[in-house]
Design a protein around this ligand. Sequence first.
Ligand code: C2E
Ligand code: CA
Ligand code: CA
Ligand code: CA
Length: 278
Amino acid sequence: AKQSGRSTYRFFAARMNVEAVAHLALRSGLHRALERGEFELHYQPQVSLNGGTLIGAEALIRWNHPERGLVLPGEFIPVAEDSGLIVPMGDWVLREACRQAALWQAQGHKLTMAVNLSALQFRRGDLEKAVGEALAESGLDPAALELELTESIMIQDHEAVMDMARRLGRMGVQLSIDDFGTGYSSMAYLKRFAVDKLKIDQSFIRDVHTDNDSAAITRAIIQMAHSLNLTVIAEGVEDEAAGIFLRDHGCDQAQGYLYGRPMTALRFEKTILDGAIS
Ligand code: C2E
Ligand code: CA
Ligand code: CA
Ligand code: CA
C-alpha cells in the first residue's frame, strides 16, 4: 500500500508540474496574443420573444491562435484572470464591441451590445474610465451598451461594487446579471444594485420543457424579474420547445443556438443583419 501511495504521489506531482508549465505557457501566450492582435470577438444574436425580432448581440471573445486555430474563452479566461491580463484584455473587448455596435447602428440596425465583465475589471477603480473611453471613441449611445456581471461579483466587496454599479448606471449603460440562479445572490441586492436585466442561466433552460424543477425555477425568475421591473432573457435556448415555453411564460428575450450561434462580425452581417433593418 505504501509503495502504491508513493507512486501515486509521484504521478500526481509530475502531473502538477505539467499543468504548471502549461499554465505558464498559456500565460505568456496570452500576453503575446494581446500585443499581436490575435483576439477576436464573435457575436451571438439576442431576440425578442414577443415578435422574434433581433434586439441585440452578445460579444464573446475568441483567441485566434496561430497554430491551434480558434481557442474558446473557457480555456484562457481563468488564466487571464489569475494573471491580471483580463484587465487590458477586457479594455480591448469593450472598445472593439462598442466600435462594432456603433458601426452596425450607423448602418441602421437598432441593437444593443452585451459585454462580459470579470470580477477583476469590476473591482478595479477605472472601469468607469475604460467604459467612458470605449463609448467616446466609438460614439456609441451608452444605452446600447449592456454590461454583464455575475452574481459572484455582487457579493465580493459589496459596497465598492455597488458604488461602481451606480456610477455605470448614471453613465446610462445597462447592467445585467449573467448566469442568474446559479450563484449566491440575495434578492435584496437586485433592487439596491440598479440592474436592468436578469439572464437566466442555461442550466435551467436546457431542460426547461422536460424537467419540472427547471420549469419552476424559470417561471419564478421571470415573475420576480417582472415584479422588480427588470427585463429577463433566457440563454442557451437550443430547441423550439424551450423557446415556446419561454414565450408562453412571458420571458422577454432569448439567446441560444436556436436563433444563432456566436459568429464572426462578417457572418453576423450576412446571416443576421442582411435585409433586417429594424
Ligand atoms: P457566458 O457569458 O455565459 O456565455 C454564454 C456561453 O454559452 C458562450 O460560450 C456561448 O457560446 C454558449 N452558448 C450560447 N448559446 C448556447 C446554446 O444554445 N447552447 C449551448 N450549449 N451553449 C450556448 P463561450 O463563448 O465559450 O464563452 C464561455 C464563457 O466565457 C462566457 O460564458 C463568459 O463567462 C466567458 N467570456 C466570453 N467572452 C468573454 C469576455 O469578453 N470577457 C470575459 N470576462 N468573459 C468572457
Ligand atoms: Ca455572458
Ligand atoms: Ca439602469
Ligand atoms: Ca451566461
